[in-house]
Design a protein around this ligand. Structure first.
Ligand code: AMP
Ligand code: ZN
Ligand code: FE
Ligand code: FE
Length: 280
């Protein structure tokens, strides 16, 4: 069983439509794929139709933005009720402030580079969530940087001069809201220290008390040392470990299936979640 539990579509900052991502996952030989766009469930229905058509199982989810102390983190949420009011309210608020934040980042960038808000709109036409990768695409289109990765080296980095943070719920509040919605919360790439600050260990204990189910340990942004450290933390806390590609389509080097999740872990997620896994 080849199971990849973290991908993005054009509903957020991936480059393929939800149907395309699922079709590509089937073509890549995956048995199960999760669609986890940032702060939205807008791609779920299209992805479900595509999964039935291509004979691949689909886990519907969301990558929820959150904050722990002053640190921006991501929580994968699997198989929630997408209409649950507490979670929907947090996602709505986050998406709204992402627009304000992106506009402010473009204002700052426009002082030094040829970029307009319309450029970003042009790059995010199908998206219901705007993110820094769309600003990166606008900078690429203007010839400022060669690709998305280059845009993050300096201009879009989270500790850089053009960066503006966006609203996101407190991590323990978000974990509780995910559980209340019947979702299964997993801390995404918790050791991705090249992207920005990572949380101190005591945050894992607090989030497990709030209902955290697992850690995404097998992820390209984790060194072997980080994988070992995070695996030991998951063991100590009695929570499971997942692996995934964090596929974003053509804009990033991540390849579908480059990291995988154990079938027993998928079974635990399915057992705890309130929505069905779509099976063809
Ligand atoms: P945002 O949610 O708008 O703050 O943007 C975060 C997204 O930008 C992540 O989900 C990644 O897709 C992408 N990203 C963050 N850091 C990097 C990086 N160093 N290189 C490439 N992409 C990145
Ligand atoms: Zn992303
Ligand atoms: Fe993430
Ligand atoms: Fe992601």
């Amino acid at each position: 069983m080849r199971i990849d539990l973290h991908t993005h579509s054009t509903a957020s900052d991936g480059t393929g439509s939800p149907a395309q991502v699922v079709a590509e996952a089937a073509a890549a030989g995956l048995d199960v794929v999760a669609l986890t766009d940032h702060d939205t469930t807008a791609g779920w229905d299209e992805a479900a139709r595509s999964a039935r058509e291509h004979g691949i199982a689909l886990v519907r989810g969301t990558e929820v933005s959150a904050r722990a102390g002053g640190i921006s983190i991501h929580l994968l949420c699997y198989l929630q009720d997408p209409t649950h009011p507490a979670l929907v309210a947090e996602l709505d608020r986050t998406r709204d402030d992402r627009v304000n934040r992106a506009r402010r980042m473009v204002e700052r960038l426009a002082v030094d580079f040829p970029i307009t808000w319309q450029d970003v709109l042009d790059q995010s036409a199908d998206a219901v969530v705007v993110g820094r990768p769309h600003i990166a695409d606008a900078l690429v289109a203007r010839g400022v940087v060669p690709d998305r990765s280059a845009a993050f080296v300096d201009l879009l980095r989270s500790d850089g001069r053009y960066h503006v943070p966006h609203y996101a719920p407190d991590a323990a509040v978000a974990v509780a809201a995910i559980r209340a919605s019947g979702g299964v919360p997993v801390f995404a790439h918790p050791g991705a220290d090249a992207r920005g600050r990572i949380v101190p260990d005591e945050v894992f204990d607090e989030l497990v008390d709030a209902g955290l189910a697992g850690l995404e340990v097998l992820h390209r942004d984790h060194s072997p040392a980080q994988r070992e450290r995070l695996g030991a933390i998951a063991d100590r806390l009695g929570i499971f470990v997942t692996g995934s590609s964090d596929y974003h389509g053509t804009g990033k080097p991540n390849r579908l299936g480059e990291n995988l999740t154990e079938p027993s872990v998928l079974a635990a997620i399915e057992e705890q979640g309130s929505s069905e896994v779509i099976r063809a």
